[in-house]
Write a protein that binds this ligand. Structure first.
Ligand SMILES: Nc1nc2c(c(=O)[nH]1)N[C@H]1C(S)=C(S)[C@@H](COP(=O)(O)OP(=O)(O)OC[C@H]3O[C@@H](n4cnc5c(=O)[nH]c(N)nc54)[C@H](O)[C@@H]3O)O[C@H]1N2
Ligand SMILES: Nc1nc2c(c(=O)[nH]1)N[C@H]1C(S)=C(S)[C@@H](COP(=O)(O)OP(=O)(O)OC[C@H]3O[C@@H](n4cnc5c(=O)[nH]c(N)nc54)[C@H](O)[C@@H]3O)O[C@H]1N2
Ligand code: SF4
Ligand SMILES: [Mo]
Length: 697
């Protein structure tokens, strides 16, 4: 007998509604839920692989401890008390401890309720996380411009008439900082109603192929493109912030600063013609609802924060912030803008580099140097929670070495990964279908106000715990070892969730959400300014001094562009999710996707044929992989997807290891960061390439 259950997919930001057919304790089929209020029946292949994670024989079911380079199963109690004892003795010396929290934490709403307590008990102030490999430039820019780091302006794609997408590939990623399931059809609907979708990317991506226009841009030069667009609006007198005018501070200061550049100079720097810049500028300023959206390609660069500031200026200039069909601020039931502080900056600094803390985060790129640089405050104990920095952070080989030198490393993870293989203990959470789900971080990024809850599909296996339970037990063990009282009173996450829901203006409760299979639609995004602004003066700050300082640095580098042989960029594939879904046979099967994409002219110049092996190298490292020749990519630019490199010794991911690939982050440079946010630079990496002679293979 089979039953069908509605459940949100927890893998990516789209949060699609699925229907899962259950027979006994197995999910036998996953389809899209046609009645889901947001995803309308759409799912991608990753949702069908969720049962593969649930049933994966490589998935750890009990805690394991490393003894003489071998893993031994231990009880939870033994693990917690030994970890707490060792942690205490490390902190009694001159070393400190650190936490690295990875991307899946944002898909586990319940973990977030226990992070603060665990941070305190583990003895850390700032944390390392995937945020500084990703979106912190958006957040710190939002803090400075709108007054709160969580004031994400979300593209109102369903009502726009023109969308410029720079450095994002939603057809592969399904949208980011933009919860927009079924994005392909939404873009088609925009085109069907006479609107236009434009992509700017060094590669003609899946998204670019759907677009009305695509322009190749030289990697790392988007700052110039954005300034060019603002100058184009200025030139044609199309700057008209309309309803925003009373709420703007320092608009003229920002524009006066930008007028020192010329469109021609900017155009030759970024490789997009003056004519194109002028034409896009004109269309953005046409008075119709329009959006400029930028994602990873403009975030994980040297001027990521500056880029996002320029994007805000563009949307402000055309009156498209807080405008239907422009970018809007959602009104989520559980609202991070009302529930948390506006975000801190420079309260403390990195020991080695002196860089400031940003929103309670320390740069992930600097974790290895903080572990290996000797002296007081050196990191001796590391806790990773759902993170794989060896594959996801720059300088992966250096991180490998650093982790090996730790006195204590604990990983909360369900696999022996490239990272967790270095741990002394791995504490595995229960299977994904044994957890409930609430889009705590994604409802605030969604294209409509909505709310959705999925109870756990299966009971937890015996002796198995959710991430939050592991975090809470570890916190208690650490408190106890330090002579403190454990937090005996525990409210469970669903109870907390219920309290939050009930106290919201929507007056909704968990029982109501449980009884609904399709999520609740709470309507389209609405105008929210100026009430939503969190700056003290309730104004939009158009020219924060700290950002203008970085603009000056850009101006300097712009005057003397550096040339190198090839610029390496990343990419994502629909059937992959960062570093951790390659162990699903049904996702990984098919052609090798870990290839070096290269333009035919570059391949001819180097005498390389399709699928031939090359060495890609720079001062950070070197790797070998086959070439995939394609006209989609610009000349002098090459691309490698991130998240591969499963061939490292000791990893236990049987399927992933059959298509191990290599890690692009063995080539990315941990010493080059976005000045303002401390975010890693993961694109526009200088590399050299050489053909591997057949005698070397
Ligand atoms: N070169 C390059 N590097 C990149 C990027 C890029 O575009 N280019 N992208 C960056 C981005 S945007 C991100 S977000 C980061 C991601 O970087 P990370 O967060 O470090 O890496 P993930 O690959 O998401 O690894 C997640 C880990 O969590 C485990 N896991 C999965 N689900 C759960 C769970 O529910 N509980 C627990 N405890 N563990 C779980 C998996 O087994 C895996 O080991 O990578 C970044 N790295
Ligand atoms: N299938 C799948 N979906 C995912 C993920 C995944 O790994 N796989 N990861 C999830 C996560 S954690 C995130 S953060 C999101 C990311 O979501 P997106 O940002 O939409 O995804 P990317 O594919 O990294 O898109 C970045 C684009 O920027 C381009 N690019 C590179 N350098 C430059 C540059 O200098 N300028 C410009 N203009 N473009 C550049 C790249 O060619 C690429 O097409 O995806 C999420 N969804
Ligand atoms: S796009 Fe795919 S992975 Fe993302 S939520 Fe939807 S089904 Fe899941
Ligand atoms: Mo990400």
């Amino acid at each position: 007998m089979s039953e069908t259950h509605a459940r949100t997919c927890h893998i990516c930001e789209a949060n699609c509604g699925t229907l899962m057919t259950v027979e006994g304790n197995k999910v036998t089929k996953v389809t899209g839920n046609p009645d889901h209020v947001l995803s309308r029946g759409y799912i991608c292949p990753k949702a069908t692989a969720i049962p593969d994670i649930q049933d994966d024989p490589d998935r750890l079911r009990v805690p394991i401890k490393k003894i003489d380079n071998d893993w031994k199963e231990v009880t939870w109690a033994e693990a917690f008390s030994d970890i707490a004892k060792r942690h205490k003795s490390i902190l009694e010396g001159k070393k400190t401890s650190a936490i690295f929290a990875g991307n899946p934490n944002v898909h586990n709403y319940s973990s977030s309720f226990f992070m603060r307590g665990l941070k305190k008990a583990w003895g850390v102030q700032g944390i390392y996380s995937a945020s500084t490999l990703d979106q912190i430039p958006h957040m710190v820019c939002q803090k400075w411009v709108y007054g709160h780091n969580a004031l994400y302006p979300v593209p109102d794609v369903d009502r726009t008439m023109y969308m410029l997408c720079v450095g994002g590939n939603p057809l592969a990623s399904n949208g980011s900082l933009w919860t927009v399931p079924d994005v392909k059809n939404r873009i088609k609907e925009l085109q069907d109603r006479g609107g236009k979708f434009i992509v700017v990317d060094p590669r003609k991506t899946e998204t670019a192929k759907l677009a009305d226009e695509h322009y190749h841009i030289k990697p790392g030069t988007d700052t110039a493109f954005f300034i060019g667009l603002l100058l184009a609006l200025d030139k044609y007198n199309l700057i008209n912030p309309r309803h925003l005018i009373p709420h703007l501070k320092d608009w003229d200061k920002a524009m006066n600063f930008l007028r020192r550049f010329s469109i021609e100079g900017l155009s030759s720097y970024c490789g997009i013609s003056t004519q194109t810049i002028l034409s896009i500028g004109k269309q953005l300023g046409s008075g119709k609802p329009a959006i400029v959206y930028g994602r990873m390609g403009v975030s994980v660069t040297k001027h990521g924060t500056l880029n996002h500031w320029l994007i805000q200026l563009l949307n402000i200039a055309t009156g498209n912030v807080d405008n239907e069909g422009g970018v809007m601020f959602p009104d989520p039931v559980i609202d991070p803008v009302e529930r948390s502080g506006t975000g801190s900056y420079a309260r403390y600094h990195q020991r080695v580099s002196g860089r400031p803390e940003v929103l309670g985060e320390l740069p992930a790129a600097e974790l290895a140097s903080e572990i290996t640089t000797k002296g007081d405050g050196q990191i001796g104990a590391l806790l990773t929670i759902a993170a794989n920095p060896v594959l996801s952070a720059p300088g992966g080989r250096q991180i490998d070495l650093a982790l090996e030198s730790l006195e204590l490393m604990v990983s909360i993870d369900m696999y022996i990964t490239e990272t967790s293989r270095h741990a002394d203990y791995i504490l595995p959470p229960c299977g994904p279908l044994e957890k409930d789900h609430y889009p705590l971080f994604f409802a605030p990024l969604a294209i409509r106000n909505y709310v959705d809850y999925s109870p756990a599909l299966f009971e937890k296996e015996e002796n198995s715990f959710s991430d939050w339970e592991i975090m809470a037990d570890l916190t208690d063990a650490l408190l106890l070892a330090g002579g403190n009282t454990p937090q005996s009173l525990r409210v469970s996450p669903p109870e907390l969730l219920d309290q939050f829901l009930r106290s919201s203006k929507y007056e909704i409760n968990l029982a109501q959400l449980k009884s609904s299979n399709n999520g609740h639609d709470l309507g389209p995004l609405k105008r929210r300014l100026p009430e939503r602004l969190k700056t003290e003066d309730k104004l939009i700050h158009c020219a924060p001094d700290i950002i203008l300082e970085d603009l000056k640095l850009f101006e300097k580098s712009f005057k003397s562009p550096k040339d190198f042989s090839f610029s390496l960029i990343g990419r994502r594939h629909l059937r992959s999710n960062n570093s951790w879904m390659h162990n699903s046979r049904r996702l990984i099967k098919g052609p090798n996707r870990c290839t070096l994409m290269m333009h035919p002219k570059d391949a001819a110049m180097l005498g390389i044929d399709n699928k031939e092996l090359v060495e890609v190298y720079n001062k950070i490292g070197s790797l070998q992989l086959p070439v995939e020749i394609t006209e989609d990519i610009m000349q002098s630019v090459v691309s490698i997807p991130h998240g591969y490199g499963h061939g490292r010794k000791g990893v236990k991911l049987t399927e992933a290891q059959k298509a191990a690939g290599v890690s692009i982050n063995d080539l990315t440079d941990p010493s080059i960061l976005d000045n303002l946010s401390g975010n890693a630079v993961l694109n526009n990496i200088p590399v050299e390439i050489r053909k591997i002679q057949s005698t070397e293979v």
